[in-house]
Design a protein around this ligand. Structure first.
Ligand SMILES: [Fe+2]
Length: 174
C-alpha cells in the first residue's frame, strides 16, 4: 500500500481508516436501533419524542457515513448484530430511573466525543467536513445529556435539532 511509507503522522492507514468508518457506521445502526426501541418503550411522551429526535440524528449520521464508506468501497450492509446490540441496550436503559439513564448516557457519550475528536484530527483533510459532522453529532448528544443533568430539559434537544435535516414531528411520538 502507498500508505506504508507515509511519514505524515497525522494521517492514518487507508485500510484502517475505512475499517474505522465501517465501525462508526455500524455504531450509528446500533444507536438508531437503541433510540427507536427506547422511544417505543418509554411512557412519557416528551421522553419518547427526545428518543425520536436522537434516532433521527443517528440515522442522518449513519447515512453520511454510508456515503463515505460506499465511496471507499467498504461494507454498507447494516448489521443485524449491531441493531440487536442497540435493542439490548435500550432494554437496560428504559428500566433505569431517568437520572441514572442520563448519568450513564453522558458518561458513554463523553467517551465517544473524545474518540471522534481524536479520529477527526488524524483523518484526511479531504474528509474534514464529514469527520467534523460525526464529532458534532456526538457533541450534540453530550450537550443534551449535560442540559438534562443540570435541569435545562426545556432546551436539551436544541443542539441536536440544530443539526438535523429533518426534524421529527411531535405528534409522531405521541
Ligand atoms: Fe451516533
Amino acid at each position: 500500500m502507498e500508505t506504508e511509507n507515509r511519514t505524515d503522522e497525522t494521517r492514518v492507514d487507508a485500510d484502517q481508516y475505512l475499517r474505522t468508518l465501517e465501525g462508526f457506521f455500524q455504531g450509528e445502526v446500533t444507536g438508531e436501533a437503541m433510540f427507536r426501541s427506547m422511544a417505543e418503550a418509554l411512557d412519557d411522551s416528551e421522553h419518547r419524542y427526545q428518543m425520536r429526535v436522537m434516532q433521527q440524528l443517528e440515522c442522518e449520521t449513519k447515512e453520511l457515513l454510508r456515503e463515505k464508506v460506499k465511496a471507499l468501497g467498504g461494507d454498507t450492509a447494516e448489521s443485524a448484530t449491531a441493531r440487536e446490540i442497540g435493542m439490548t441496550q435500550a432494554k437496560a436503559l428504559v428500566a433505569m430511573p431517568r437520572s441514572k439513564f442520563i448519568h450513564i448516557f453522558k458518561r458513554e457519550v463523553t467517551k465517544f466525543v473524545a474518540r471522534f475528536e481524536e479520529f477527526e484530527k488524524a483523518g484526511p483533510a479531504s474528509d474534514a467536513k464529514l469527520l467534523a459532522a460525526v464529532t458534532a453529532h456526538e457533541k450534540a448528544l453530550l450537550a443534551f445529556s449535560e442540559r438534562e443533568s443540570s435541569g435545562a430539559s426545556a432546551t436539551a434537544l436544541d443542539p441536536i435539532v440544530a443539526l438535523l435535516r429533518v426534524v421529527p414531528q411531535r405528534n409522531l411520538a405521541a
